[in-house]
Design a protein around this ligand. Structure first.
Ligand SMILES: Nc1ncnc2c1ncn2[C@@H]1O[C@H](COP(=O)(O)OP(=O)(O)O)[C@@H](O)[C@H]1O
Ligand SMILES: [Mg+2]
Length: 226
């Protein structure tokens, strides 16, 4: 489903070069519940941004669903991203002036979809993530864990094949973090969506069915656990 071939990425800051990724190769199959783990600065966000078509590798290639990302124009990449990928962020990134319902429905409202269908799908998904009855609350009236549930529903609303979550529990206490991971696992099982989440937290790593460790831009281990 996702093939990463000898991917390297450098950042240049003045005269210094940071080798954020050094020849990373990886295959991720359909329906995996996958964690990219490693200490701060090991290259987790860089790798997620490359898989998410937010940034380009300096060398190597990324193939998603049979399509090479490197040959695509910016416009095609944006389309590709909107069709295939969902994103969850460390700081939730909900739109503060929109309700939970509106945050989730927003991406569908931009498409030419019957409003009744939008309502059905959004309400059903909010129920699935455990937010029934909270549809009309603004993000500021939700706890961190509830906001991340909204973000997970938002990531899933267009039925992407892959959800990318960069340190999704970093701003949550450990109990709430575990609940959010459990929700992602449930959604992975139920919908077959690939989840790729990054973390530096050993407790969060425990949830992964497959775990790679990054160290200074290289994969140092790749382990299937469940
Ligand atoms: N925009 C950037 N400019 C310069 N260096 C960067 C930039 N983004 C990341 N880096 C560096 O690249 C390395 C990998 O960063 P990152 O992928 O963010 O790691 P992680 O997410 O594991 O903390 C780090 O050394 C970081 O300082
Ligand atoms: Mg990071």
């Amino acid at each position: 489903m996702i093939t990463i071939k000898h991917v390297s990425k450098d950042y240049h800051a003045g005269d210094t070069v940071v080798h954020a990724l050094r020849g990373v190769s990886l295959d991720i199959g359909r329906g995996e519940f996958f964690s990219i783990a490693g200490p701060s600065g090991s290259g987790k966000t860089t790798l997620l941004n490359l898989i998410g078509c937010i940034d380009d590798p300096d060398s190597g290639d990324i193939i998603i669903d049979g399509e090479s990302v490197s040959g695509k124009t910016k416009k095609d990449l944006a389309l590709f991203r909107r069709e295939k990928l969902g994103f969850v962020f460390q700081s939730f990134n909900l739109i503060p002036v929109l309700t939970a319902y509106e945050n989730v429905a927003f991406a569908l409202s931009l498409l030419n979809i019957d409003s009744r269908k939008i309502k059905e799908r959004t309400s059903a998904l909010l129920k699935e993530v455990g937010l029934e009855g909270m549809e009309n609350r603004l993000p500021s009236k939700l706890s961190g864990g509830q906001q991340q549930r909204v973000a997970i529903a938002r990531a899933l609303i267009k039925k992407p094949s892959i959800v990318l979550a960069d340190e999704p529990t970093a701003n949550l206490d450990s109990k709430t973090g575990a609940e959010v991971l459990k929700l992602m696992e449930d959604m992975n099982k139920k919908h077959g969506t690939i989840f790729i989440f990054s973390t530096h937290d050993p407790m969060v790593m425990e949830f992964a069915y497959r775990l790679i460790l990054l160290h200074d831009g290289e994969i140092t281990s790749d382990e299937r656990r469940k």
